[in-house]
Design a protein around this ligand. Structure first.
Ligand SMILES: *[C@@H]1O[C@H](CO)[C@@H](O)[C@H](O)[C@H]1NC(C)=O
Ligand SMILES: *[C@@H]1O[C@H](CO)[C@@H](O)[C@H](O)[C@H]1NC(C)=O
Ligand SMILES: *[C@@H]1O[C@H](CO)[C@@H](O)[C@H](O)[C@H]1NC(C)=O
Ligand SMILES: CC(=O)N[C@H]1CO[C@H](CO)[C@@H](O)[C@@H]1O
Length: 641
């Protein structure tokens, strides 16, 4: 996964913006050293905040915390799927509960091929990007209009998949560049992970470390669009953890070697880091999108990472003039400007500390660290020397836990036939791509046989004549699997086999990702097929059993004989909101499902799926190149509660 990067972003974002607060018109330009605002070189330290995965009430606090943490810009994607859920039906209000990815209608347009030299696709992309650019312009949001947008991005990490499209890919990227330029919005346009970015598009780096990166055009500045502050988490996987020391090392080295704009991905993934409803970061990615970021899923400071980076940001900012205008000497060690000098001492050896002689004095630079000496004499910061911060006692804030009283009702009272949503039935004589549906096979046979189902994931529940016969699911590494169950059929009678296929996030990344089928792709080994029907959703959702205030939907709930370990049950409870500003729902004890609070779908839960027991560490060495398998914790525990 690491080689492709977090390209779940790739398919979603068409344009991304960096924001700084300003009220007067700003002329944004750049040279090889960096961005210039009204002709003055600036350092930009930015964080990613994605609006659809949070509530607007949280935004102010998050931006404030970003600023307190020493950032001076915010980056966000614009989510095509959220804003155009249906063809030509735009929605720019509130946050939407959509499957992440291009809008599904796009995939269904006749003759379309996504992200390549295809006129059907290009017309749609142009329509949408133009809509967004016009909207920004209308509200005066570009810097030249006195607004906060200083950088825009077109496409995302296309360089990773371009090879698969051959000459058409190249031609597409040139078309993207022309489209971007055609708007004349007077902010620099970037393309991240695009080593052949056509001028004046600025190719930027995404990755764990970007110090050795150089843009393809010598006139482009060195920008780091996605510095991965951690890594995402899969269901059933352990917790990845990137240390504050290593993250600070990567950031300091980037600036040491002449970087001038960098963006944390994610400072805070999507304001709360939560994939609400049926959205997901990609196949099998958890509801939580914490990313081990400096601000955690709930917007709380992730210490000591937060404080350690805040000090670094403030220091880098204080050296802004010398870093953006100074003369560089000794491969990034010394920066000199107007008689002043600043120094960086870096040590990328992961085992040995080095003693460096700088202007007559000896300095010890710890392994895998960078020391910053703003006046070249006094070390004021070293990336490996974190200041430990004692966490406030969270328990003080909390109410005494008390037992909740639950009501329940079954999803399928008699048989699965009646239990599925009736409003959305399709029939076909072949297996369909089941991006979100259930399908059922009717067969006419009379003996005990083995049911064999080949599926592309992610979860299968099998029923024979309305009775559950088994369930199976893939793991993060093996989403495709074959389910085999010995079943008994009724002799001489019509038997029904129902397979409920569940997906946990769709493909987002590889070339032609939209053509990857999801769910049961077959063969389903049974003879005498009489067609199938595909149906979407659950009865309870159709009936809006979740609307607590609707008396009409109160019937059917029981408060006695609470069932556990059973499939297809609805559970509900009412409770007093706990004290404190950030209450958290802990669904430990439940199996797998989706939860609503006051009618809002807060996403999937799956605490019964625990991570395997090996591979965790109790200590974490920050030294050495980070990857997503390093410093894992949470073995034998649910990946998310
Ligand atoms: C913007 O700044 C650049 C670089 O300083 C300069 O070349 C250009 O003329 C300025 N444009 C406007 C419209 O002021
Ligand atoms: C791109 O598409 C256009 C129109 O369909 C076609 O004329 C052109 O040859 C294509 N470019 C490449 C490189 O295949
Ligand atoms: C610095 O270290 C070198 C090598 O160990 C030593 O010869 C020199 O005397 C030291 N200089 C100072 C100022 O301590
Ligand atoms: C995962 C990833 O994209 N890593 C890249 C980080 O940056 C370095 C230097 O530019 C690249 O070589 C890596 O491929």
């Amino acid at each position: 996964m690491a080689t492709f990067g977090p390209c779940f972003a790739a398919v979603l974002s068409v344009v991304s913006f960096l924001l700084v607060a300003s009220a007067v018109p700003l002329n944004v330009s750049y040279d090889e050293r960096g961005i210039k605002l009204n002709g003055q070189s600036r350092i930009i330290i930015s964080g990613s905040i994605h609006y659809p995965r949070s509530t607007p009430e949280m935004w102010g606090d998050l931006i404030k915390k970003a600023k307190e943490g020493g950032l001076n810009a915010i980056e966000t994607y614009v989510f095509w799927n959220a804003h155009e859920p249906l063809y030509r039906q735009y929605d720019f209000e509130g946050n939407k509960d959509l499957v992440r990815g291009f809008p599904v209608w796009l995939h269904n347009l006749p003759g379309v091929e996504l992200r390549t030299n295809n006129t059907v696709y290009q017309n749609e992309m142009k329509t949408f990007v133009t809509l967004v650019v016009d909207m920004m312009q209308k509200h005066g949001l570009f810097a030249i209009q006195g607004g906060p947008i200083i950088v825009a991005q077109i496409e995302n990490e296309y360089g990773n998949v371009e090879w698969a499209y051959g000459n058409n890919g190249k031609s597409y990227i040139n078309w993207c560049a022309q489209l971007a330029e055609s708007y004349g919005i007077q902010v620099p346009w970037i393309m991240c992970q695009q080593s052949d970015a056509p001028s004046p598009m600025i190719n930027t780096c995404n990755g764990w470390y970007c110090d050795q990166f150089s843009p393809n055009n010598p006139k482009s500045p060195k920008w780091w669009a996605e510095n991965w502050s951690g890594w995402f988490k899969d269901w059933g996987m352990k917790d990845p953890h990137r240390t504050a020391e290593d993250l600070a090392f990567a950031v300091a080295r980037f600036f040491q070697y002449g970087g001038s704009l960098q963006n944390y991905y994610m400072l805070f993934y999507s304001l709360g880091g939560t994939n609400f409803d049926r959205t997901a970061g990609g196949p099998y990615i958890t509801t939580s999108y914490d990313y081990d970021a400096p601000l955690d899923e709930y917007g709380n400071l992730n210490k000591p990472k937060w404080g350690h980076l805040k000090r670094l940001h403030e220091l880098i900012m204080s050296m802004e003039e010398i870093l953006t205008r100074g003369v560089k000497r000794d491969v990034g060690t010394v920066y000199m400007y107007e008689g002043k000098q600043s120094c960086f001492l870096g040590n990328a050896n992961q085992n040995q500390d080095f003693t460096v002689n700088l202007m007559g004095s000896n300095y010890t630079v710890l392994a895998w660290s960078v020391s910053i000496l703003p006046n070249c004499y006094t070390e004021v910061y070293n990336t490996a020397k974190t200041v430990m911060v004692k966490l406030p006692n969270e328990a003080d804030d909390q109410m005494e836990p008390y037992e909740l009283k639950w009501d329940w009702r079954p999803e399928q009272p008699e048989s699965l036939h009646q239990g599925i949503a009736k409003g959305s039935v399709m029939t076909a004589n072949e297996l369909l791509d089941q991006k979100t549906c259930r399908f059922e096979q009717e067969c006419l046979t009379g003996k005990a046989i083995t049911l064999q189902v080949h599926t592309n994931g992610h979860i299968i529940h099998a029923f024979v004549n309305g009775k559950h016969v088994g369930s199976q699911w893939g793991t993060g590494d093996h989403l495709e699997f074959i389910m085999e169950k010995d079943i008994k059929l009724k002799h001489g009678k019509t038997n029904s086999i129902s397979l409920l296929s569940v997906t946990v996030g769709l493909q987002y990344c590889e070339a032609n990702f939209d053509t990857v089928n999801v769910g049961i792709h077959g063969p389903v080994k049974l003879i005498g097929n009489k067609g199938q029907s595909d149906e979407v959703g659950l009865n309870g959702m159709e009936e809006k059993v979740l609307q607590l205030d609707n008396a009409h939907h109160q019937h059917g709930w029981k408060s006695y004989n609470l069932p556990s370990n059973r499939l297809f049950e609805w559970y509900k409870t009412t409770f007093k909101a706990p004290m404190g500003s950030d209450p958290v729902v802990d669904l430990q004890g439940l199996g797998k499902g989706t939860a609503w609070v006051n009618g809002h779908n807060i996403g999937r839960f799956w605490p019964s799926y625990v991570a395997s027991e090996d591979g965790c560490t109790t200590t974490c060495d920050y030294r050495g190149a980070y990857n997503s398998d390093k410093c894992l914790t949470n073995c034998r525990k649910p990946s998310q509660r």
